[in-house]
Design a binder for this molecule. Structure first.
Ligand SMILES: NC(=O)c1ccc[n+]([C@@H]2O[C@H](COP(=O)([O-])OP(=O)(O)OC[C@H]3O[C@@H](n4cnc5c(N)ncnc54)[C@H](O)[C@@H]3O)[C@@H](O)[C@H]2O)c1
Length: 345
């Protein structure tokens, strides 16, 4: 029987394994082709997953011949613009890996192309779909700790990838901090207006580009968000999801990036004249029941297409997270505080 989604897999490297098992398990999906500039990678993916479809090295040919109406872009960041715009212009919707693009011009062109073609382009932000991150968001946005005024996150991991990250100019900010910055927007529900950032390559780094950064963002709601990260930190690592603290007008919330988040607010019997108020620790039950990580984001992308609405990580929203990354890189390059204004996108 004819399937609703005819999927063309573009980019057949490591991360495609986080997508394909969940996508191919759907009743309404059929894989109609796999594309990679390395033919053997496309062929290996088809064999591994037992697909009955051709392997291509040329995207234009694949778009023309395969009958695809949905493209999954799992290529490297530098290829996202060309792959996504070609797919949108060929009439396909696109689900793609983060980061949306490598430059703001490319990202704006992708958002414009999605609008002009009437197709949708949704970006993978798997961190949003971690149950404990959803709980953390709920604590912050429910008003339990009052208005969030100060948020900070730390990311310290020593990752020996090899490959494209080792030779990128800004591997931490462009390839990793996009997750963290998107989390800051997700948790607080606010968008950034400026950043000052210092990017550097810590001593002992095995990366060619800058693997460390510290940034101070201001948000539209007046909140200040500070970020510190290193991708060459050996020992005492944080989780991949960072450690987080949000200070609000009525209390504070923390998340270590793995276990359940918790918050503290003043006990009812405090003497308002006391030096430091007594606070009680509360760990809410997690109540989000969807799939986690990539699977949760993929579910949302398909649901949005089927319901004719924009996905939570639609490119027109996700460009705000990318803008944080690119403005941080610009600030680090110029030594200046940089304004972020994506309201018109
Ligand atoms: N969401 C996450 O947690 C997460 C984790 C890892 C990687 N990623 C992202 O996934 C993407 C891919 O990363 P990876 O680790 O799979 O890289 P990879 O190098 O393992 O795979 C990329 C593949 O794309 C192919 N490719 C490159 N340019 C192409 C083009 N123009 N057309 C067709 N094929 C092309 C390469 O030959 C390679 O096989 C990146 O954007 C990365 O940031 C996301």
């Amino acid at each position: 029987m004819e399937k609703r989604f005819k999927v063309l897999q573009v980019g057949c490297g490591g991360i495609s394994n986080a997508w394909i098992p969940h996508v191919s398990a759907r009743d309404d999906v059929q894989f109609v082709g796999a594309v990679d500039i390395r033919l053997e990678s496309a062929q290996a993916l088809i064999t591994k997953y037992g697909f009955d479809c051709p392997a291509y090295t040329d995207l234009a040919t694949a778009l023309r011949e395969s009958g695809a109406n949905l493209v999954i872009d799992n290529t490297i960041p530098e290829s996202h613009h060309d792959v996504v715009t070609a797919a949108l212009r060929a009439g396909c919707d696109v689900f793609g890996e983060k980061p949306l693009a490598g430059t703001l011009d490319d990202a704006l062109d992708m958002v414009r192309t999605a609008r002009e073609t009437g197709r949708s382009y949704s970006v993978m932000q798997n961190r949003r779909y971690i149950r404990n991150n959803r709980s953390f968001q709920k604590i912050v946005q429910s008003g339990t700790i009052g208005q969030a005024g100060f948020i900070q996150s730390d990311f310290f991991i020593g990752a020996h990838f090899g490959g494209f990250r080792d030779v990128m100019d800004s591997p931490l900010l462009l390839d990793m901090a996009i997750h963290t910055f998107d989390q800051a927007r997700f948790v607080t529900g606010s968008d950034p207006v400026s950043v000052y950032c210092q990017e550097f390559n810590p001593p002992g780094s095995w990366y060619q580009g800058n693997a460390g950064a510290t940034a101070i963002f201001e948000f539209a709601n007046g909140m200040v968000y500070t970020y510190s990260g290193s991708w060459c930190a050996t020992g005492c690592n944080t989780s991949w999801e960072c450690t987080w603290r949000v200070s609000g007008t009525h209390g504070s919330a923390v998340w270590d990036g793995s276990e359940a988040p918790w918050y503290e607010v003043p006990e009812a019997d405090n003497d308002p004249a006391s030096f430091i108020w007594k606070t009680g620790k509360i760990t809410p039950e997690a109540d989000w029941a969807g799939h986690e990580g990539h699977q949760g984001c993929i579910d949302e992308m398909f649901a949005a297409l089927l319901e004719g609405r924009k996905a939570e990580t639609d490119c027109a929203d996700n460009i705000q997270s990318l803008a944080m990354v690119l403005a941080a890189i610009e600030s680090a390059r110029t030594g200046q505080k940089v304004k972020i204004d994506m309201q018109e996108v």
